[in-house]
Design a protein around this ligand. Structure first.
Ligand code: 4AD
Ligand code: MG
Length: 461
C-alpha cells in the first residue's frame, strides 16, 4: 500500500519523492503548467499535481487522457505549495493513466450535479465531494458508536435479522419465504409446514426483543445492525432498510435511559466535530449553513424536556399552523416535532409519557393507566431521532397488553419467559443511524446518507 494523500498532507513537504494514486477531479492548463487535482478518497483535499509545459510526447499524451474521473498514478516530489489554497503540492515527474474515463460518456463532469441525478448513479456518486464526505462521516460515526458503548462496559450483541415476532407490533414487515408464490396463487393454499422455517417468518424491524434477552444476563448491552420496515412511507426520513443502534440496560429506569441517550448523542456529535472537521466544514458551506455552530451548541447545552401531555398543550395553542390538528392521543406528526424543536425549545427535545395506544406493546405502563414510560428524542429539521422506553417487566401486565392488542402470544413465549425468571426493570432505546447522519451532516434526504438506499418502488438494484 502506498501512503494516502491525507498522510502526505500531514507531513512537512521537503522535496521527498512520492507516488500518488487516485482519480482526477479537475485539470487546468495555464501558459506555464498543467494542474491536475487528484483525489484518492482519504479526505476531501485533493493533491495538486503540477506538470510543467515541456512535457514530452508520451507524457503530453497521458496528460491528454487524464480527464475528470480517470484513475492515475503520479510520481514526483512533494513541495510546499507556492500557490494559495493548499499547503503542499506534487511537482510531477511522471504520469500514468491507469483507467480512462472518456469525457463523452463519464457522467460526473466538472459541473455540480443535483442530488436527484446522483441518486440514479449510486455506484458513481461516492466519487463526488458530497458523497465522499458522507461516507467518511458515516464510517467515523459507526466506529464512535462502538467506542461509546465499549468505553462504558456495554457488550455488543448480534441479534438475528430473520424472526417470527413483530417487535413493534405494527405489522409492517417483509416476509421471508421459500414458498413458490405463483404456485400458492394457483392452488389458493398457503402451507407453512412446507415453508423454510415451518412458520411465517420475517425480516426484523428491530433487534430490541432479542437484545433484551442478553440484557437480562449481561446487564449492559447493545445491538447495531440493519432493520427492515415495509411501511409505504415515501418521505425524506424513511428507508425500507436502515441501520439501528439499540442499547438496553438492566436495573434501569426511564431517567437512566434519557441520560444515556443524551450522553450518546453528545458523544457522537462531539466526535464528528473533532474528527470530521474538514467534511463538516464542507457541509456547513454547501449544504446546511450554520451546521457547525448548531452542532457545537448541542454538545454543551442540556436537552429540553416535556411530557407528551405538555407537548400537545403547546401544539394546541398553534393549531392553525398545522396540516394535522394536534389533540391528546394523536401520534405526533413530523410537522409537530419540527415545531416543538425549532420554534418552542430551539434544540433537541426529549418527550416522555406518551399515550399507550400510540406506542408499542412492550412499554411499561404508568400508574395513570393511560400513558407509558416512553421517551422520544426529537431534533430540529426532521423530528424523531431516537425512540425508547422503560420495558414492561411485570409478567401479568405484559401478557394482558399482548392480549389486548390481539398479538399472538405464542410468538412471544421466550420474551415472556424473561419476565417469568429473574425479571428486572430495564430500559433501552433505538437510534436510527441514518437519522443521526442527517443530523450531523445537514443533508436533508435520508436516501443520501446510506450508500445504497432501499425505499418503496426504488429499485436500482
Ligand atoms: O421508534 P422506533 O420504531 O423504535 C424501535 O424500533 C424500538 N425497538 C427501539 C428500542 O427501544 N430499542 O425506531 C427507533 C428509531 C427512530 O427513532 C428513528 O430514528 C429510526 O429508528 N427509524 C427509522 N429510520 C429510517 N427509516 C425508517 N423507516 C425508520 N423507522 C424508525
Ligand atoms: Mg418511534
Amino acid at each position: 500500500m502506498i501512503p494516502t494523500v491525507k498522510e502526505f498532507l500531514s507531513t512537512v513537504p521537503e522535496g521527498q519523492n512520492v507516488m500518488v494514486k487516485g482519480w482526477v477531479r479537475t485539470k487546468r492548463q495555464t501558459k506555464s503548467a498543467t494542474f491536475v487535482e487528484v483525489n484518492d478518497g482519504s479526505s476531501m483535499t485533493n493533491m495538486q499535481c503540477v506538470f510543467d509545459q515541456e512535457s514530452s510526447g508520451s507524457e503530453a499524451e497521458a496528460l491528454e487522457k487524464a480527464t475528470t474521473g480517470a484513475s492515475v498514478a503520479v510520481e514526483g516530489i512533494l513541495i510546499a505549495s507556492p500557490g494559495s489554497g493548499q499547503k503542499a503540492e506534487v511537482k510531477a515527474k511522471s504520469l500514468r493513466v491507469i483507467g480512462e474515463a472518456p469525457p463523452d460518456t463519464y457522467p460526473l463532469q466538472k459541473k455540480a450535479h443535483s442530488l436527484e441525478f446522483l441518486r440514479e448513479i449510486s455506484h458513481l456518486r461516492p466519487r463526488t465531494n458530497t458523497f465522499g464526505a458522507i461516507a467518511r462521516v458515516r464510517n467515523r460515526m459507526a466506529f464512535a458508536v462502538h467506542q461509546f458503548f465499549q468505553e462504558r462496559g456495554f457488550f455488543y450483541v448480534h441479534t438475528p435479522l430473520i424472526t417470527a415476532s413483530d417487535a413493534e407490533g405494527a405489522g409492517a414487515m417483509f416476509q421471508v419465504t421459500t414458498l413458490d408464490l405463483e404456485r400458492v396463487a394457483k392452488t389458493g393454499i398457503v402451507d407453512y409446514d412446507k415453508d423454510f422455517f415451518g412458520k411465517p417468518s420475517f425480516l426484523t424491524v428491530s433487534g430490541q426483543l432479542n437484545v433484551e434477552t442478553y440484557c437480562e444476563a449481561l446487564g449492559r448491552v447493545y445491538t447495531f445492525g440493519p432493520t427492515f420496515r415495509a411501511e409505504n412511507s415515501n418521505t425524506t426520513r424513511h428507508l425500507s432498510e436502515f441501520w439501528m443502534i439499540e442499547p438496553e440496560i438492566a436495573f434501569a429506569e426511564l431517567e437512566d435511559n434519557i441520560t444515556l441517550a443524551k450522553d450518546f448523542i453528545q458523544y457522537l456529535v462531539k466526535t464528528a466535530l473533532a474528527d470530521c472537521a474538514e467534511d463538516l466544514a464542507f457541509f456547513d458551506a454547501r449544504i446546511q449553513p450554520g451546521l457547525v455552530a448548531s452542532l457545537s451548541k448541542v454538545v454543551s447545552d442540556s436537552f429540553s424536556r416535556m411530557t407528551y401531555t405538555e407537548a400537545v398543550a403547546e401544539l394546541e395553542k398553534h393549531k392553525a399552523e398545522f396540516e394535522f390538528e394536534p389533540y391528546w392521543g394523536c401520534d405526533l406528526q413530523s410537522e409537530h416535532e419540527k415545531f416543538l424543536t425549532e420554534k418552542v425549545v430551539g434544540g433537541p427535545l426529549v418527550v416522555t409519557d406518551y399515550p399507550k395506544e400510540i406506542k408499542a406493546f412492550y412499554m411499561k405502563q404508568n400508574p395513570d393507566e393511560k400513558t407509558v414510560a416512553a421517551m422520544d428524542v426529537l431534533v430540529p429539521r426532521f423530528g424523531e431521532i431516537i425512540g425508547g422506553s422503560e420495558r414492561e417487566w411485570r409478567l401479568d401486565l405484559l401478557e394482558k397488553r399482548i392480549e389486548e392488542l390481539g398479538l399472538n402470544k405464542d410468538n412471544y413465549w421466550w420474551y415472556l419467559d424473561l419476565r417469568r425468571f429473574g425479571s428486572t426493570p430495564h430500559a433501552g432505546f433505538g437510534l436510527g443511524f441514518e437519522r443521526l447522519l442527517l443530523y450531523v451532516t445537514g443533508m436533508t434526504n435520508i436516501r443520501d446518507v446510506i450508500p445504497f438506499p432501499r425505499a418503496p418502488r426504488l429499485a436500482d438494484f
